[in-house]
Design a protein around this ligand. Structure first.
Ligand SMILES: *[C@@H]1O[C@H](CO)[C@@H](O)[C@H](O)[C@H]1NC(C)=O
Ligand SMILES: *[C@@H]1O[C@H](CO)[C@@H](O)[C@H](O)[C@H]1NC(C)=O
Ligand SMILES: *[C@@H]1O[C@H](CO)[C@@H](O)[C@H](O)[C@H]1NC(C)=O
Length: 304
């Protein structure tokens, strides 16, 4: 009995290693790279964006003028499209975007109408009617990215892909390190879109709001409230800076966070130095603040 079981097991192990040893060359070779051409940046002096802009000669190498970079997130309790499977990720806030504020906190938007993919843009900007931005991601073979974005980059009242297109067209087109010129002569159409989404996901990973709050005993509750100071301290103790906190319902329901930073190098690959918010919180400094539990049917497990 013993020996039969052992040999059956080793046969299984042999089969398993044979399966693992065969590389899937077909799918590997079908995923194109989306690297910009930052070779010219190697000879540029390194400075944080907004800290000495006279040193920034090549705007592909540091976000300029939009060097005050904001990674923004939402806490919402429903999506409105639950019936279509658009749900919120359990145990996580969701991505809003990555915004290039000017150093003084003002900002530009929709800077390149030749890269306008937003079906519902601000007034004065022509709406986009072509194929969804998700098709660009598929063309680049980035099913991993699409799967991640469907879990963590969630829209309210409209499909997720419309929100991604909005964020790219409104903000990434104003971020100099994603300018088409930065991709050099081998630029592949929509490569900048894929490269931006990768950058947003990387920046989002730097600020795990749900976990930072939970580690300070601040978890969603429909019974207990928290003070603004307690929420701010929890995030400041982990990021070394005060983020902007946004609240709805006259400053009493927590709904947003914005992390401010200067970037050393590019938004894509550089180092983010987190800084205090330039905008005062819209949450009440005195009233108790609700960090609501989500509607059960609006949430799903995403970590499997
Ligand atoms: C900024 O950089 C320029 C050029 O290298 C230099 O002359 C100037 O002193 C720097 N300014 C500050 C405030 O560091
Ligand atoms: C909103 O909040 C302010 C400041 O906390 C308070 O004075 C005001 O009465 C509130 N308004 C409403 C409609 O609850
Ligand atoms: C908690 O309260 C919010 C706001 O009233 C509501 O939308 C949500 O469904 C509640 N969640 C649970 C689990 O009761």
């Amino acid at each position: 009995m013993q020996s039969t079981r052992t040999s059956a097991l080793s046969l299984l192990a042999l089969l398993a290693s044979a399966v693992i040893a065969v590389p899937d060359t077909r799918s590997l070779s079908s995923v194109p790279n989306t690297f910009p051409d930052f070779s010219a940046c190697s000879s540029q002096p390194s400075v944080y964006s907004c800290e000495n802009t006279t040193q920034i000669a090549n705007t592909c190498c540091s976000p300029t003028p939009g060097g005050l970079v904001l990674q923004t997130q939402f806490w919402s309790t429903y999506t409105g499209l639950e019936k279509r499977g658009q749900k919120l990720p359990k145990g996580s806030w969701t991505i809003h975007g990555l915004w290039p504020d000017n150093c003084d906190g003002s900002f530009e938007q929709y800077c390149d109408l030749s890269r306008q993919y937003d079906p519902a843009p601000s007034k004065g900007v022509p709406p986009y009617t072509g194929p969804g931005i998700d098709t660009f991601i598929r063309e680049f073979g980035r099913h991993d990215m699409l799967e991640y974005m469907e879990k963590y980059w969630i829209n309210q009242g409209a499909p997720n892909k419309d929100f991604w297109a909005h964020e790219f067209s409104k903000h990434a087109t104003c971020t100099s390190t994603f300018d088409i010129a930065c991709y050099g002569p081998s630029y592949k159409k929509h490569e900048d879109v894929i490269n931006f989404f990768d950058a947003v996901i990387r920046a989002f990973h730097q600020y795990p709001t749900f976990d930072m709050l939970a580690s300070a005993g601040i978890t969603p509750s429909n019974k207990t409230t928290y003070s603004l100071g307690k929420i701010q301290n929890a995030l400041k103790s982990q990021t070394a800076a005060l983020p902007y906190l946004g609240c709805s319902h006259n400053g009493t329901v927590l709904s947003e966070v914005w992390y401010f930073s200067h970037v050393y190098g590019t938004e894509q690959y550089g180092t983010y130095k987190t800084l205090d918010s330039t905008t005062p919180s819209s949450c009440s400094a005195t009233a108790p603040i609700w960090y609501y539990e989500r509607t059960k049917s609006s949430e799903h497990e995403v970590r499997k």
